[in-house]
Every structure is written in C-alpha cells, then in structure tokens.
Design a protein around this ligand. Structure first.
Ligand SMILES: Nc1nc2c(c(=O)[nH]1)N[C@H]1C(S)=C(S)[C@@H](COP(=O)(O)OP(=O)(O)OC[C@H]3O[C@@H](n4cnc5c(=O)[nH]c(N)nc54)[C@H](O)[C@@H]3O)O[C@H]1N2
Ligand SMILES: Nc1nc2c(c(=O)[nH]1)N[C@H]1C(S)=C(S)[C@@H](COP(=O)(O)OP(=O)(O)OC[C@H]3O[C@@H](n4cnc5c(=O)[nH]c(N)nc54)[C@H](O)[C@@H]3O)O[C@H]1N2
Ligand SMILES: [Mo]
Length: 764
C-alpha cells in the first residue's frame, strides 16, 4: 500500500521512517515529477502557519470603527468559540441590515486539489444555505476566451479545450507548430484539480523525434524548451494580432489560402478581408505595417507566411496572449488564420489554445463528469466578471457592461474568501488595497500568514491537503488518487468543511450543511456517485474500500485520438457549430451589433492601452508570467522557490543591453516602477528576454511597506493595470504593463518582512 498526497502540481508518495519522520517523495510512476512538492511538508509545518483563529485588533475593539487599518493592524489570537460566535453574529447583522447581495463570496482561487475539500465549493455551499451571495464569473486564466469562444466557435472554453487535437495526431501528421507565446514546459507542471502523471514533455519530445518543426514567437526565448530547436522570433508584447493580420494579408494578396475551407466552414470572411486590405478607412495590414508594430523584420514575416502556407501547420496560441489589453483579438485572429490555412478538423494542424499552459491539453483521456460537492442554488443574481473586484468595491450600484449587457455592481459590506488570494492574483494592488478598506468586515480562511490573511479582519486557520483525507478526481487526468491524511492538523487549524460546519451549527443549519456526514462519509458518497457516473460510460471503478486501500486507480487510456472539429469538417450541415451561422464566425454579427470601441465584429488591431509603441515615460514592457518554482503564491515560502530568490527578492529577468544602459549588474537589488507603484526585485541578466522587456513572474508574496510606498519583495501586481480586456469580456490584463527599472540605492533598501509573522498580541 502506498500513501499519496495529491496536489495541483503532482502526486507524491509519502513515507514514514523508523523515527516516525515523514517524507514526501516523487511518485515513481510519474515520468516527469515536479520538484515543488518536495518542500510542501516543511512549508506546511513552518512558523508561518496560522495556528489559531485571529481577529484584527481594531475590528475587535470596535467593528464600526472606520479607521482604514486593514493590512497595517495587529492581530489578536482568539479561541475557536469566540471566533465562531463573532463571525456568526456579524453574518446575521449584515444579512439583516443589508441583505445577502451585500455579501461577496466570489472567492476566486485555486485552493487545493481534492474533490471534497475544495474551499470555494465549501464556501459557496455554506452561503447558498445562508440565503445566497454576490458571486464571480469565469477565471483569471482565460476570461476573454470564455466570453469570446461561444460567439465564434459555439463552444464554451472547457469543451473547446477538450476538443483539442491530441498529441498523438500531431506527432504523426503535423509538420509545423507555430507557437504564439511559446509552450513553456514550466507551466505544464500543474493542472487545476490535480496531476497524476506529467506528460507534456514526453509528448513534445515525440513530436520533435517525428520531425515536427517549431517556431517560437515570443519576447522570451525560454518559452520554448531547448530540445524543440525552435526558430526564435522576438515580438513586441501584445502585438501578435498585427503579425497575424499581416500573414493574412500576404495569404490573401497572393491568393494562397484555403478558399474552400473559408467558404464551407466560416462566416463573414469578406468583411474581414476588406479590413485586412485597408478598405475600411484603415491602413492595409501589410508586412511593412506589421513590422513597424511588432519589430519583426519584413523579410521574416514573409518567410513565416511561406512556411505556414507550405506546411501542415498548427497555430498555437498561449493563454497569456488574451490576459492583455484587447486580449480577445489574438485568439480570434489565431482561429481566423488557422481557418485560412485550412487544417482545422484534420490530424496535422488547426488551432491550439493552451498546449503546455497546463499539463492536460492535448492528452488522450476519457472525460468523466465526476461528482462534486453539491453546492445548492444561489438566490442572489448579482455577479461580477471575476477581475472586476476593485471596480465593484469602488463603485457600488454603478452600471457596467459585459457581453452586450448592462449590469450593476452590488454594494458589498462583507467579504468572505477561502482558497484564493487576491493579493496575489489581482492587478493594481495599490488600488485594491484602498478599495479593500470599504467593506465593514472581511473574513478569510487561510493556511499561511500571507498578504491575504494580513488584510482580513477575521482569520480562520485552514488545513493543507496533508492534514485531510480526500480524493483527487480531475476530469482531465486519467489517474485517480486517494489523498491520505499524512500529518495531524498543525496548531488548531481545521479543514474548511469543519470551519463552515461550526458556523452553520451556530447559525442553526448544521444538518443541512453536513447532511450528518463525516469527512469519510462524504468521500464515500462522492466515490459511490462517481461509480454511477462512470458506469454510464462503460468504466468500472472498484468499491470504495478497495480504492482507498490501493490508493490509486488508473482509468485505462484508450487507443483513441481526438481531432478538433472533425465532425464539423466531415459534415458541416449535419454537424454545425453552435453559432448563429453554424460556422466559425470570422465576423460575428452579434459582437458587431454590440458596437464596442474595443472589440469589433471581426479580428482587428486595437492598440493596447499601454505598449512599447506608445511609451509615455516608461520604456520597458513588464511580462508577469507564471512562476517556474511554485504555483502562483502557493509554496513561495517553500525552499524551492526561496532558493531562486536574489537577496531575498523575486528575480526580474532583464536583457543585458537594458541592464548595461542602467548600470545594473547581475544580482543587484533593483526598483521597478511606474505611475501605479514601486517594487523591489533582484536583477537576473538574460539574453533570452528581448531588449525592452522585463520578466517578473507572478506570485512573490506581496510585502507592502506603506511608508515608502513600495513592495519590498517583488510582486508584479503592484505595477500591472486593472483595466478589462474590453467591454466584451472584462477579463484581466496582467500582461499589459509598462515600467522603468533602476538600481536601488543602498539607503532605500529594506528587509523583506513577509516571511516573518505579523504583529500578534500575546495571549492573555
Ligand atoms: N501579474 C499576474 N497576475 C496574475 C496572473 C498572471 O499571469 N500575471 N495569472 C492569473 C491567473 S491565470 C490565476 S489562475 C490567478 C491565481 O490566483 P490564486 O488562485 O488566488 O493564487 P494562489 O496563490 O494559488 O491562491 C490560493 C490561496 O489559497 C490558499 N489555499 C490553498 N489550499 C487551501 C485550502 O484548502 N483552504 C483554504 N482556505 N485556503 C487554501 C493558499 O494558501 C493561497 O493563498 O492569478 C492571476 N494573477
Ligand atoms: N509552474 C507553474 N505553472 C503554471 C502556473 C503556475 O503558477 N506555476 N499557473 C497555471 C495557470 S493558473 C495558468 S492560467 C497557466 C497560464 O499559462 P500561460 O498563459 O501560457 O502562461 P504565462 O506563463 O503567463 O505565459 C506564457 C508566456 O507567454 C509569453 N507572453 C506574454 N505576453 C505575450 C505576448 O503579448 N505575445 C507573445 N507572443 N508572448 C507573450 C511570456 O513570455 C510567457 O512566458 O499556467 C499554469 N501553469
Ligand atoms: Mo490561471
């Protein structure tokens, strides 16, 4: 029997030696395990764990006191009983005085991987029983795509991802993969809901061995693994749409595109074509025009057009491209370009969105709609597109636009967050910090004393996956894992389930919340329901006890392959897409009729709100990509991530020429700044990153020093801008950001404080 712990970054074996010391080991069956899990146990048992409930001092003294002290105040440790009493009475007060829509429990975040102890599901189940809450919609990862895709291909994001050509088709048939934004292997270490075995590197190697060629279009050459031997084309960030438009221009003017595919399978090409040719009061999208925008030489653009039209090509667009100003455009344009190349629906090419953005894209798996914790129904209709949190807090009751609708921001008096960290994930943190002072009360379930916990009024200490039993059931992963409790709860921490059970008890609906089930009862329930679901799909799962004993169940991988939109290609009349035309909408009349200034009826070059083509005072583009050494902010306090820091700061990659111009040397502490904020970081000189571009990965724990108005540690979201992708989708735009950088003066450098505990009053 093996004991496992399963996380978003992989599955690990846990073992005990003779002294009863516990160790986390890589799983022998994972061909490519991630190192980040190895430090999980140390992080879970470190001093930074929140070891009992805490209340912010001023809030405890007088919760009506309007002093703006969140993030600055001390904390008072209290008993569970006191914390539950206070929270329950505050929930009732707010509900009575302001109604349930004044409670925001949108609580975005990745939390942990288990099916039962999924913090947001627990939170939402609790609040549905409490009468409802204002919620959030969609994901920071791909909000623009989530709104756009149903309009243009009639698929929601998830079914679109599931349709992707599997690696086994590309290995065999694809000549060329053009990667807009690369396929960074660092990102395939994780997958939301858990990873059994890491497959992406192995699959990419098979493509290389079979002769597939790769082109990496990115400001960062390391977005393509060395073994891909990719041709590197550096591009000015956020200008991929212009490049693709010029490729379309060349294909149109040389009559070198698949007209049959366009006619049979797409809608509105002619309108798009007149735009490309400059017949709509715009400049024609010539290679010269695109070269001046993208900084790519005209000759390279022409060469690229030849390559993609001569070969069976996969146009691969990374998710990152749409987390940017006008982020709908590169994806829409990528689909349009792939349509012109005519390989959609075949084994050898088409369109990809998110290969290697996470582990699962392109894998063969039998997707089973596993049972989740039932959440009930939310009686409150108010919601925000997920990244509009600061706007909502700043502008209660104001109208905003979203996907052709006018909606109203709710007036929020209480926030409850569990399993996510807006002080990691949200843009323009200085603005968020201000808006965060407005609600009466903020309650958080957190594991560690990160910025999320430090900006709350009531903090409940939550368990890690090491302290709970759970089942890792990810519909996009063929491995199912029994996650066994490895250590006892650290300090007085509890699972989110226990926290909400106690609150429900105080509020009089414990039985409804728990259904009188223990943790193990719930796991059995989820398992037995999953047995029913899988039987319908001709899959036999073992009985719960057998599964629990064995620790792992592998769904047999069938010898199948998937080809995106194959049925549609085979017979577009019988199998139309779920769009108004039944075809791929190169022009969408619905979007056109919305009449938006920042998202037109077909793919268009829309200047980002800030970019290197219009520098203002800040001459460098900051990319804040996903971190190689952790998951967002999770495990930033673990050894693996800490070892990568420079003088305790997050490394910022800077091109050697940019560094030289500023007298910055390797390992210098630097200050990165713009009109929104100031961030200290550690310089790492690199020639992989284009001149004019900095890369500061997201996830360094926010360590604000409000006296000097700077983040001491290197969180890029102090610098990023909080403006929606467009009025269509209102997605986040973290990849659109201009900054300047300089060497930090000796006398302005302060110590990083976020990895020491906050001020906590001594227990009485
Ligand atoms: N600048 C910039 N910002 C970005 C991005 C970017 O590319 N650039 N990417 C965006 C994207 S795509 C995403 S998905 C978001 C991610 O943003 P988040 O998902 O909010 O980031 P995490 O750090 O994973 O936050 C999860 C939090 O939940 C806590 N947690 C873990 N397990 C549990 C649990 O079981 N119970 C409770 N109560 N808490 C738990 C962790 O300690 C952690 O603080 O960030 C977004 N922000
Ligand atoms: N190790 C690790 N892996 C992760 C995560 C993590 O926290 N850690 N987070 C996961 C999550 S939540 C998500 S949503 C996915 C996100 O997956 P992606 O969105 O693919 O991830 P990013 O790392 O933000 O971006 C990939 C690359 O795109 C390039 N890029 C950025 N802007 C542009 C541009 O305008 N044009 C071009 N051509 N290239 C550009 C950057 O150089 C960057 O390295 O990653 C997942 N994978
Ligand atoms: Mo994400």
């Amino acid at each position: 029997m093996t004991n496992f712990v399963s996380t978003h970054w992989g599955t690990y074996e846990t073992s005990k030696n003779n002294q009863n010391n516990i160790k986390i080991n890589k799983w022998s069956k994972d061909p490519n395990p991630s190192d980040f899990g190895l430090g999980f146990l140390d992080a879970a048992t470190s001093d930074l764990r929140i070891n009992q409930p805490h209340i912010r001092k001023e809030w405890l003294k007088d919760r009506h006191n309007k002093k703006n002290l969140r993030g600055l105040d001390e904390f008072v440790p209290v008993s569970w009983e006191e914390a539950i009493d206070l929270t329950a009475s505050e929930l009732q007060n707010v509900k009575k005085e302001f109604g349930n829509s004044s409670i925001y429990a949108g609580s975005y975040g990745w939390a942990s991987a288990g099916r039962f102890h999924h913090a947001k599901s627990q939170l939402n189940r609790f609040f549905n029983l409490f009468g409802g809450f204002s919620s959030s919609f969609q994901s920071y990862s791909y909000a623009a795509a989530q709104t756009l895709l149903p309009h243009i291909v009639g698929h929601d994001l998830y079914s679109f991802l599931d349709e992707h050509n599997t690696w086994n088709t590309l290995e065999k048939e694809c000549d060329l993969i053009v990667m807009f934004g690369g396929m960074p292997l660092k990102n395939s270490q994780v997958s939301a809901g858990g990873v059994g075995k890491h497959t992406t590197e192995k699959e990419l190697r098979k493509c290389v061995n079979a002769g597939t060629k790769f082109i990496n279009i990115s400001p960062n050459a390391s977005d393509a693994a060395k073994f891909l031997n990719a041709k590197q084309i550096s591009i000015i960030p956020n200008t991929d749409t212009a490049l693709m438009l010029s490729l379309a221009y060349i294909l149109i003017t040389s009559n070198n595109y698949d007209q049959k595919f366009i006619e049979e399978y797409t809608n509105g090409f002619n309108e798009f074509k007149s735009y490309v040719l400059g017949e709509k009061n715009n400049k024609p999208c010539t290679p010269e025009w695109a070269s001046s925008i993208t900084s790519i030489p005209v000759e390279t653009i022409k060469w690229l057009a030849k390559e993609i039209s001569a070969k069976k090509t996969m146009v691969s667009v990374s998710w990152s491209l749409q987390r940017a100003s006008a982020g709908e455009q590169p994806l829409w344009m990528g689909i349009t370009l792939a349509s012109m190349l005519g390989h959609i629906g075949t084994e050898g090419g088409g369109i990809g969105f998110g290969y290697s953005s996470v582990n699962s894209t392109g894998d063969v798996f039998k997707k089973i709609p596993w049972k989740s914790l039932p959440q009930g129904n939310n009686k409150i209709r108010d919601f925000i597109p997920v990244a509009r949190i600061t706007d909502m807090l700043e502008k209660p009751n104001e109208l905003f636009q979203y996907d052709g609708r006018k909606l109203k921001y709710p007036n929020i008096k209480l926030i409850y967050w569990a399993g996510g960290n807006p002080f990691h994930h949200h843009q323009d943190l200085n603005r968020l910090v201000k808006a965060w002072q407005k609600p009466k009360t903020i309650i958080v379930n957190e594991i560690w004393w990160n910025a999320q916990a430090r900006h709350a009024d009531i903090i409940f200490p939550a368990n890690t996956a090491l302290e709970r039993n759970d089942i890792m059931l990810n519909p996009r992963d063929p491995t199912i894992i029994a996650n066994k409790k490895t250590i006892s709860s650290v300090g007085e921490s509890k699972s989110d389930y226990e926290i909400f059970s106690s609150l429900a008890n105080k509020l009089g609906f414990k039985n409804l919340f728990t259904e009188n089930k223990s943790e193990l009862d719930w796991l059995k329930y989820l398992w037995n329901e999953s047995i029913k679901v899988s039987e319908e799909m001709n899959l036999k799962l073992p009985e719960f006890n057998k599964f629990w004993e064995e620790g792992c169940f592998e769904i047999p991988i069938e010898k199948t392959k998937k080809i995106m939109f194959k049925n549609f290609r085979d017979n577009p009349v019988k199998n139309p897409l779920n769009t108004p035309s039944g075809k791929i909408e190169i022009t969408s009349n619905i979007i056109k009729n919305y009449n938006l200034k920042d998202c037109k009826g077909h793919p268009t070059w829309i200047e980002p709100y800030e970019w290197l083509g219009n520098k203002d005072n800040f001459p460098l583009h900051l990319i804040s990509n996903q971190p190689e050494y952790r998951l967002h902010g999770q495990l930033d306090n673990a050894d693996y991530s800490l070892k990568n820091k420079i003088k305790d700061r997050e490394p910022v990659l800077i091109n050697s020429a940019d560094a030289k111009e500023r007298n910055i040397e390797n390992n210098d502490i630097v200050l990165i700044f713009n009109k929104r904020g100031r961030v200290f970081a550690g310089a790492r000189l690199s020639d992989e990153v284009s001149k004019g571009v900095l890369v500061l990965s997201t996830g360094a724990w926010f360590d604000p020093d409000y006296e000097i108005n700077a983040d001491l540690h290197g969180n890029p979201n102090v610098l990023t801008n909080d403006i929606g992708t467009s009025l269509l989708s209102q997605g986040p735009t973290s990849h659109t950001c201009l900054v300047e950088i300089r060497k930090a003066e000796k006398n302005e450098i302060k110590k990083v404080t976020i990895f020491s505990k906050p001020h906590i009053q001594k227990k009485a």
